[in-house]
Design a protein around this ligand. Structure first.
Ligand code: NAD
Length: 420
């Protein structure tokens, strides 16, 4: 990829872009551009054949000025220390955009889970949880699911932590199964916020989502839920993809049908009468709305020049390289940034944590209402910063977030900030 960049450098560039519009001291910005600490562990795990394999795991705690570190755990062969650092930084800014009282963290293990049995994955996850135990906690650092992890892994981590600590602490992790202290609506929360962001931005642009054409790259948790909910608003989801390729039907696919097909066959490719495209072809389709929902750097500067979508709503974290972002801004493509668009995941994780701490659980309707009540006004605040300062929506989101982080630092003093 021509300008595939280190995601950590992308994050730092985004922070610098926003800092130019705010009066935040240089030493504070310097501290906000790198994690407070990173745990790196070599986990020795017994495989089913009795052999031992060593896998590399990370947890980055980026900043805790607004509350406990918060962020997911990813299992993917592409996980690196710098990727985890970048993802943990994006969490800091994401929590601040939607005013959730958390800082940012992120974890990952550099494995392809498809290479392991369920028993091996459980041993890997529990070994990681043992490493994490001293640094996580309900008021310290609260992991959650991300790519290739879900309720099952969260439950293993919670169970390991509680066993070692001889306590019950459901708020140590979010994204748990409902029976294990999870929240209604958490599984669908990220996709739901992508739908809410799409609805808000179309409204802002004076465009109709009903009848709009939509392409979604990545059909996992975030992408498939976003597709289904956007389709429910009357849009035509014409293309969806996963790592094996894309399914395209100009007359519209059935988002739920495509998900069932993936569950049955392992991929969206081959769904019904859809044509098979490459991911690159999907990303350059002439659609009203493009939702990248896979991984970082999906669109680089060269590909961006061929993007024909009018609006991009980022479900994935960091799907555009900085050069792609520049090319698309220059081409007047409206990009709703990840730190706003996919913030529903962490918002409902926050709801889950609040419910765990209170021991009192909310209905699905309450979750949906509270999520909407956070997402809609925060989106409008970002639009307003964008208009007032005449900057892109991404820079506006960072300015909005950085303002809140700066206020928190000011409130408790920079001594505490540098001593943490
Ligand atoms: P997931 O594992 O459920 O799904 C990922 C999907 O992307 C899969 O369908 C996979 O096949 C596809 N994919 C992988 N590589 C691809 C490629 N090169 N081209 C096309 N498709 C590809 O993961 P998820 O939880 O849906 O996460 C997706 C993105 O959303 C990530 O960037 C993640 O950080 C972000 N996100 C997730 C959450 C959450 O709550 N799950 C919250 C915020 C942000």
């Amino acid at each position: 990829m021509a300008d595939a960049v280190n995601p950590f450098e992308s994050l730092q560039e985004q922070i610098d872009d926003a800092a130019a519009y705010l009066d935040v001291p240089a030493d504070v910005i310097g501290r906000l551009k790198a994690p407070e600490r990173v745990l790196e562990a070599n986990l020795g795990v017994e495989l089913d054949d009795g052999s031992i394999e060593v896998v590399r795991a990370y947890r980055s705690q980026f900043n805790g000025d607004r509350g406990p570190y918060k962020g997911g755990i990813r299992y993917h062969p592409g996980v690196t220390r710098d990727e985890v650092k970048a993802l943990s930084g994006w969490m800091v800014y994401k929590c601040a955009v939607v005013d959730i009282p958390f800082g940012g963290g992120k974890g990952g293990i550099a494995i392809d889970p498809a290479d392991y049995s369920t028993a091996e994955l459980e041993r890997i996850t529990r070994a990681f949880a043992k490493e994490l135990r001293p640094i996580i906690g309900e008021d310290r650092d609260i992991p959650a699911p991300d790519v290739n992890t879900g309720q099952r892994e969260m439950n293993w981590i919670k169970d390991t932590y509680e066993t070692l600590e001889r306590t019950t602490a459901p708020g140590v992790i979010t994204g748990k199964a409902i029976d294990s202290g999870g929240s209604a609506g958490r599984v669908e929360a990220t996709g739901r916020s992508v739908m809410l962001a799409a609805r808000e931005v179309f409204d802002y642009l004076g465009r109709d989502l009903e009848g709009a054409t939509v392409a979604v790259q990545g059909y996992g948790n975030a992408g498939s839920v976003a597709a289904k909910l956007i389709e429910d608003l009357g849009a035509d989801v014409v293309a969806v993809s996963d790592s094996s390729g894309a399914a395209y039907d100009p007359d519209g696919l059935d988002a739920r049908g495509a998900k069932d097909h993936k569950a049955e066959t392992g991929s969206v490719v081959g769904y019904a009468d859809a044509e098979t495209l490459t991911n690159e072809e999907l990303l350059t389709l002439d659609v009203d709305l493009l939702v990248p929902a896979a991984l970082e750097n999906a669109i680089d500067g060269d590909l961006a020049a061929d993007v024909e979508a009018d609006v991009i709503v980022e479900a994935a974290n960091g799907p555009l390289t900085p050069r792609a972002d520049d090319v698309l801004t220059e081409a007047d493509v409206t990009v709703v940034p990840d730190i706003l668009a996919n913030a529903g995941g962490v918002t409902v994780s926050y709801f889950e944590w609040v419910q765990n701490k209170a021991g009192y659980y909310w209905t699905l309707d309450e979750i949906h209402t509270r999520l909407r009540e956070i997402m809609e006004p925060e989106a409008r605040r970002v639009w307003s910063v964008m208009k007032n300062k005449d900057i892109s929506m991404r820079v506006a989101a960072y300015v909005h977030a950085l303002g809140r982080i700066g206020s928190a630092i000011e409130a408790h003093g920079t001594k505490a900030f540098f001593d943490r």
